[in-house]
Design a protein around this ligand. Structure first.
Ligand SMILES: CC(C)(COP(=O)(O)OP(=O)(O)OC[C@H]1O[C@@H](n2cnc3c(N)ncnc32)[C@H](O)[C@@H]1OP(=O)(O)O)[C@@H](O)C(=O)NCCC(=O)NCCS
Length: 133
């Protein structure tokens, strides 16, 4: 996970990267919060899916913070950090960082705690196999 220093380069690889496009913007020209949450969901679930070894569903998003805006053309990187694994649930700290196209530095734009649940083919919670972390 990147440090709290907004200028510090992330020490880990992002789970996903995307470019914010004009179709992702609101009427002010800033990127929709919903689009950012979707990217965070994708990044967090990329980590949770590796642990669950199968189908998962997002069950909760806690402490969602939008810290600064994202602009069209920005590169958005989503970092995910495992918090805990329960019987069927996986809690993940997720942050999105933006990098302007003409800049080398990244700045944190959002953070939240996502909870995913491993589910079976019927959509019911299923236990996560021991030793899968
Ligand atoms: C995910 C789902 C199957 C869980 O069903 P459920 O009846 O709540 O299941 P349980 O009560 O047995 O809880 C399962 C686990 O989720 C956790 N959980 C449930 N609701 C939670 C919440 N609001 N916040 C945090 N954890 C939660 C439980 O603590 C439990 O964890 P554990 O097994 O590690 O102890 C069900 O809520 C669901 O289908 N939700 C819709 C999911 C969805 O459509 N997401 C969007 C698209 S992916």
């Amino acid at each position: 996970m990147p440090s709290d220093d907004p200028e510090a380069p992330p020490p880990t690889h992002p789970m996903i990267r995307a470019i914010a496009m004009p179709s992702d913007a609101n009427a002010n020209g800033d990127i929709f919060g919903g689009w950012l949450m979707a990217q965070m969901d994708l990044g967090g679930s990329n980590l949770a899916g590796r642990i669950a070894h199968g189908r998962i569903a997002t069950v909760a998003v806690d402490a969602m913070s939008f810290i600064r805006p994202v602009k069209i053309g920005d590169e958005v990187s989503v970092y995910a950090d495992l918090v805990s694994v329960g019987r069927s649930s996986i809690k993940v700290n997720v942050e999105a960082w933006r990098r302007a196209r003409d800049s080398a530095s990244e700045r944190r734009v959002t953070k939240a705690v996502f909870t995913f649940v491993a589910i079976d083919s019927e959509g019911r919670p299923r236990p996560i196999a021991a030793g899968s972390v």
